[in-house]
Design a protein around this ligand. Sequence first.
Ligand code: HEC
Ligand code: HEC
Length: 158
Amino acid sequence: MNRTLRVLVGLMGSLTLVVAQPSAQTTSTTLDRMTADGKSSQELARYVFDSHGCKSCHTVGANGKLGFTERGKQIGKGFEGCISLLTAMNLIAQVPEGQRTATQKQKAARFEEFGCTFCHRITPGKMALTEVGTKLTHLHLGCVDVEKLVASQPPAHR
Ligand code: HEC
Ligand code: HEC
C-alpha cells in the first residue's frame, strides 16, 4: 500500500470513530412505538444496542456479557472501557474545563466522540442524563441493563 493510500485509510478510520446516532426525537418516538406495540425489553435493548454506537465496539456476547468487535478491542487499548470512562467522567465533571489536565481533556473528548453524551450529560459539577437518557432510565435500559438483556438473547434472535 502506498503512503497516500495509507494516510487516506487512516483518516477514514478516525472519521468513522464518531458514532452516528439517530436524533433524540427519533429515538424517543421509536421507543414509544415499540413500547406501545408490546415489544419485549430484550427487543428494546437490542434497538438501543444497534442504533446507539454500542455495536461499533461490542458484539452481542453471551451469558450476560457483551463481547468485543475488532475495533472495540483496538479502542479498548487506549480506553479502559465504559465503566471506568464514566467513573472518570464523574470526577472530570467537577473540574472546571480550563483546569483540566491533558488526560482529563482527552477523556472528555472521547466521551463525546464515542457517543456517550447522547444520553449522559456533563453538567458543570456533576454527570447527568439527557432527556433520552432519562427516558431510558425509566425503561430500565441503562448501559448495564442493555448488556444483560442483549447478551441473554436466545440464539434465534441474534
Ligand atoms: C468506543 C468503544 C465502545 C463503545 C462505543 C461502547 N463500549 Fe462498552 N465497553 C468498551 C470497552 C473497551 C469495554 C471493556 C472494558 C473492560 O474490559 O473492562 C466496555 C465495557 C462495557 C460494559 C462493562 C462490561 C462488563 O461486564 O464489565 C458495559 C455494560 C458496556 N460496555 C455497555 C455498553 C453499551 C450499552 C454501549 C452503547 C450505549 C457501549 N458499551 C458502547 C467499549 C465501548
Ligand atoms: C442510548 C443512551 C446511552 C448511551 C449512548 C450511553 N449510555 Fe451509558 N447509560 C445510559 C443510561 C440510561 C444509564 C442508566 C443511568 C442511571 O441509571 O442513572 C447508563 C448507565 C451507564 C453506566 C452504569 C452507571 C451505573 O452507575 O450503573 C455506565 C458505566 C455507562 N452508562 C457508560 C457509558 C459510556 C462510557 C458510554 C459511551 C461509550 C455510554 N454509557 C453511552 C444510557 C446511555
